[in-house]
Design a protein around this ligand. Structure first.
Ligand code: BDR
Ligand code: CA
Length: 311
């Protein structure tokens, strides 16, 4: 089984990513770190607890990470995800609270306690916690097997500014630290996620499942779909974050290339934009596998099948 830690700011699409991980017998989820992003870290930690309550996995612990980006004022995306960050379903108040231990400490202690190269970290929010861990203890973070991160955009335009994707824009300094860390990193950018939509037929397929998790997933994605339909005129909302867990489970569904990726940290106009040297026109070293295409139908069956296995 693949040992996984998810660093997340749920987020309807984050919630589906977590559910997909919990549904898979191939994954051993060691813990969830809450990130400040779509909404505050207090709220994302509570949302993570709600997902664990819903999936009846209160055995998995939630650790609150950093409350704000490394050197900028926090921004949120409540205009996309609703006031709770996870609007849509009516979820009961969770019986468990986040742990007292800080998310960054949890990450470092867990890495130190497991063999090197045995844990995958999936980040589906701004990368503040991973960057902070890298500043604190780079050798320990170097024990990660790999990082799979939803973030960035290249051939797609941005979704929070014309130039930038939300997770990269919310903490570009953290993204820069991660990109320059030498960690084995795979990026799942908007180039992938804007082609992976929750269309009306997919929503219908989800509605035909009977479990409480599938019902909640349906309500969440119905909420997201309405936003994206109004805003972009698309037939459905992009299912950003589940693509990362999909990649961990079935990398053969994706194609990309190991290239140099840098992130803008200075220009107010293009802050958080990722610059991808796809054609290797510079001497800059390759530092990330940048995914550009996905088997859309294959990934959707993986998700639907996963959701159908949950309570
Ligand atoms: C990313 O931003 C968030 O709003 C989503 O949850 C996803 O992680 C997409 O840009
Ligand atoms: Ca997210």
């Amino acid at each position: 089984r693949q040992k996984l830690i998810i660093d997340t700011d749920p987020g309807q699409d984050d919630a589906i990513a977590i559910m997909l991980a919990l549904a898979s017998p191939q994954i051993d989820l060691l813990g969830i770190i809450a990130a400040a992003g779509n909404v505050s870290v207090e709220q994302t930690a509570e949302n993570a607890c709600k997902i664990l309550e819903l999936t009846k996995r209160q055995d998995i612990k939630v650790y609150k990470g950093c409350p704000r980006p490394i050197r900028r004022a926090p921004i949120t995306a409540a205009h996309v995800h609703g006031q709770t960050g996870m609007d849509g379903p009516d979820l009961p108040t969770p019986r468990h609270e986040p742990e007292k231990q800080h998310g960054v400490t949890f990450l470092l202690e867990t890495l130190a306690a497991h063999p090197a190269n045995s844990i995958t970290l999936v980040t589906i929010g701004p990368m503040t916690n991973l960057a902070t861990a890298l500043i604190q203890a780079p050798e320990t973070v170097g024990r990660l097997k790999q990082v799979v991160a939803m973030g960035g955009a290249w051939s797609e335009t941005g979704n929070i500014t014309p130039a930038a994707e939300f997770n990269a824009f919310a903490d570009p300094d953290a993204a820069a630290i991660v990109l320059n860390s030498g960690l084995p990193l795979t990026l799942v950018p908007l180039d992938i996620t804007h082609s992976f939509l929750i269309t009306p037929d997919r929503l219908e397929a989800l509605a035909s499942l009977t479990g409480q998790c599938a019902r909640a997933a349906h309500a969440m994605l119905n909420f997201s779909a309405r936003f994206d339909l109004n805003k972009y005129g698309w037939p459905g909302a992009p299912l950003h974050d589940p693509c990362t867990v999909g990649y961990v489970l079935a990398p053969h569904l994706f194609a990309g290339k190991k290239v140099n990726v840098e992130v803008e940290v200075a220009s107010p106009l293009t802050l958080g934009a990722t610059v991808v040297d796809w054609w290797q026109v510079t001497e800059r070293p390759a530092n990330a596998t940048f995914l550009r295409s996905v088997d859309d139908a294959g990934l959707w069956s993986l998700i639907l099948e996963g959701l159908s296995r949950l309570p």
